[in-house]
Design a protein around this ligand. Structure first.
Ligand code: XMP
Length: 510
C-alpha cells in the first residue's frame, strides 16, 4: 500500500491534510516532526512527505526544525504554510516578518506556473494565515505563485521534486486545494489509489474472533458514533463476552440516556451496564465556574465511575476503546497550542489496569468510521447525528452547573432540534444547540417584572469543525424558537442568536 507521511509541525489543520489525502484513496499517516528521521522516512517507504503548517516563526529558538537531509533523500516533499517557510529556510532562502501586513483569510492567488498547479486557473481563491513570508527563495527554486501582498505564495524545485505553498490547500476555502494535493500525490509521488475501506469490518470481526476468543472485554460506551461502532464490531466477534459500561453523567441531551440503553440492550442485545452518576458529577462540579477546570473534573470523574463499575465486574482481560485516528494524533501532539482539553470516552488512561487494550478504529477518520457504522446496521440517525462533546451540556452551561441550568439546556436544546428538523435546517447546519449563558436580564411577563437567563442559540455550517461559519437561519424560524423557548422553558426571558464564525470564536462556548 502506498503511503504519504504528513510531518507534523503543530498547525491546527494537520489532520485535515491526512484526511484529504485519504479521500484520494491513498493512505496517509501523521508523525510528529521529532519522532522520525530522514533515513526512517526513506526506509519506511513513504512515497511523499508533506510538511504541515505550525504556529511558529522559523527563526524562533523554540520553533520546530527538521534535518535538511530530508530534501536530498529522493522522496518528494510538499511544504504548507510554516512548512513552506521551513523548506525555504532549510534550502538556504530567507524569511521575513510582514508585521504590518499579515495575510489572513480568503485571498486571491495568482498562479504563474508549476507542477502543483496543473489544471488550476491563473486566478483563484486560497486560504492564507501568516505573518512571516519567504522574501528570498533558495537556489534551484522558482516562484510558482504570488498574491497581492505575498511575493512568494508558491515555489518549486522540480528537479528535486520539492514544492511548497504559503496557503492551506487542505481547507475547503482554497478552491483548487484538492486539485493541488492530487497533483502532488498522483503526478509527483506516483501513488496508486489503493486505500479501500470496503472490507474493514469483515476483516476486523474475523481478526477479533481469533484474538479475543475466550476473553472478557470491557468497553466504555457513550452512545456516540465511535464507541457504538466498536460495540457492534466486537459484539459480532465475541457476543456476550463483550460488556459495555455506559456512564450517564447527567449532562446528556434530553432522553438520550434512555435511547442509548434501549438501542444497545434491546435492539442489538448487547450486554450493557448503565451507571447513573449524575449526582456524583454534580457534587464534584459544585461551585466550579472555570471552563477548563470543569472539563478536567468531568474527565476525572468519568474515569472514577468507570473504574468503580469495572471493579464490580470482577476479572476482565481486555479493555476496548473507541479511539479513532484524530484522538491518537491529538494525544501524541507536541507543538500545537491547547485551545480546549478535549475529553472523550476513548481517552481512558493507560494505567486503568487492564492487560490488553484493543482499539479497532485506531487508524480511521470519522467519515471512515461512519461508513463502517452503516455497514454494521447502526441507525442512520446515530451515524449522522451531530457531534456531541464528551463533557456534554457542561460546555454549554456557562458558570456553575446546577440542576436548574441543566433542565434549561436540555429543554431548550430539544425545542431547537425539533424546529430545525421541522424546517429542514438540520441539513444546512452541521451542529446546532443552545447555550445557557450566565447572564440575567430584566423582562416583562404579563404585568410582572422577570429576571431570567439569556439563552443563546448556536448553529454552524462546516465540513470539518476546524473552521465554521454561522448558519443563516431564517428570521421566521428564529422567531418560532425564541417564542417557544420563552413560553415553554421556565427561567428564560431572552433569546439571542450567535453570529460568530470559527475562528475567531470556537463552536462551543466553553
Ligand atoms: P470547538 O468548540 O473546539 O469544537 O470549536 C469543535 C468540535 O469539537 C466538539 N467538542 C468536543 N468533542 N470532547 C469531544 O469529543 C470535547 O471535550 C469537546 N469539546 C468540543 C464540539 O462539539 C465541536 O463539534
Amino acid at each position: 500500500m502506498d503511503k504519504i507521511l504528513v510531518l507534523d509541525f503543530g498547525g491546527q489543520y494537520n489532520q485535515l491534510i491526512a484526511r484529504r489525502v485519504r479521500s484520494l484513496s491513498v493512505y496517509a499517516e501523521i508523525v510528529n516532526y521529532d519522532k522520525i528521521t530522514p533515513e526512517e522516512i526513506k526506509d519506511r517507504g513513504y512515497k511523499g512527505v508533506i510538511f504541515t503548517g505550525g504556529p511558529n516563526s522559523v527563526y524562533d529558538e523554540t520553533s520546530p526544525h527538521f534535518s535538511p537531509d530530508v530534501l536530498n533523500i529522493g522522496v518528494p516533499v510538499l511544504g504548507i504554510c510554516y512548512g513552506h517557510q521551513l523548506m525555504a529556510y532549510m534550502a538556504g532562502g530567507k524569511i521575513e516578518s510582514a508585521k504590518d501586513q499579515s495575510e489572513y483569510g480568503k485571498t486571491l492567488l495568482k498562479v504563474k506556473k508549476g507542477t502543483l498547479f496543473e489544471g488550476v486557473p491563473e486566478e483563484s481563491i486560497c486560504w492564507m494565515s501568516h505573518t512571516d513570508y519567504v522574501s528570498k527563495i533558495p537556489e534551484g527554486f522558482e516562484i510558482t505563485a504570488v498574491t497581492d501582498v505575498c511575493p512568494c505564495a508558491g515555489m518549486q524545485d522540480d528537479k528535486k521534486k520539492l514544492y511548497s505553498i504559503q496557503f492551506h490547500p487542505e481547507v475547503t476555502h482554497t478552491e483548487y486545494g484538492m486539485k493541488m494535493l492530487s497533483n502532488f500525490v498522483f503526478n509527483v509521488c506516483k501513488c496508486e489509489p489503493n486505500w479501500k475501506m470496503d472490507d474493514f469490518a469483515k476483516t476486523s470481526i474475523e481478526k477479533y474472533k481469533k484474538q479475543l476468543a475466550g476473553k472478557r472485554v470491557l468497553l466504555a460506551l457513550s452512545g456516540g458514533l465511535d464507541s457504538s461502532v466498536v460495540a457492534l464490531l466486537l459484539h459480532k466477534a465475541i457476543g456476550k463476552n463483550l460488556v459495555c459500561v455506559f456512564v450517564d453523567h447527567g449532562l446528556l441531551r434530553k432522553d438520550e440516556g434512555d435511547y442509548v440503553e434501549n438501542l444497545f440492550r434491546n435492539k442489538f442485545d448487547i450486554n450493557l451496564i448503565r451507571a447513573n452518576a449524575k449526582d456524583r458529577f454534580l457534587e464534584k462540579l459544585k461551585g466550579v465556574t472555570e471552563p477548563e477546570q470543569k472539563r478536567k473534573i468531568i474527565g476525572k470523574e468519568f474515569i472514577e465511575v468507570f473504574r468503580d463499575e469495572a471493579k464490580k465486574l470482577g476479572s476482565i482481560d481486555v479493555l476496548s476503546q473507541g479511539t479513532i485516528y484524530p484522538d491518537v494524533i491529538e494525544s501524541g501532539k507536541g507543538a500545537s497550542a491547547v485551545i480546549k482539553s478535549h475529553h472523550n470516552v476513548g481517552g481512558l488512561p493507560k494505567d486503568i489496569g487492564f492487560k490488553e487494550i484493543v482499539e479497532p478504529l485506531r487508524e480511521l477518520f470519522k467519515d471512515e468510521v461512519r461508513a463502517i457504522g452503516l455497514e454494521l446496521g447502526l441507525p442512520k440517525e446515530l451515524v449522522y447525528r451531530q457531534p456531541f462533546p464528551g463533557p456534554g451540556l457542561a460546555v454549554r452551561i456557562i458558570g456553575e452547573i446546577t440542576e436548574d441550568k441543566i433542565r434549561i439546556a436540555q429543554d431548550s436544546d430539544a425545542i431547537l432540534r425539533e424546529e430545525f428538523i421541522k424546517h429542514g435546517l438540520d441539513k444546512q447546519a452541521n451542529q446546532y444547540f443552545t447555550v445557557v449563558t450566565n447572564t440575567h436580564s430584566v423582562g416583562v411577563m404579563g404585568d410582572a417584572r422577570t429576571y431570567g437567563y439569556t439563552l443563546a442559540l448556536r448553529a454552524v455550517t462546516t465540513d470539518d469543525f476546524m473552521t465554521a461559519t454561522w448558519t443563516r437561519v431564517p428570521f421566521d424560524v428564529l422567531e418560532i424558537i425564541s417564542s417557544r423557548v420563552t413560553n415553554e422553558v421556565k427561567g428564560v426571558n431572552r433569546v439571542v442568536y450567535d453570529i460568530t464564525s470559527k475562528p475567531p470564536a470556537t463552536v462551543e462556548w466553553e
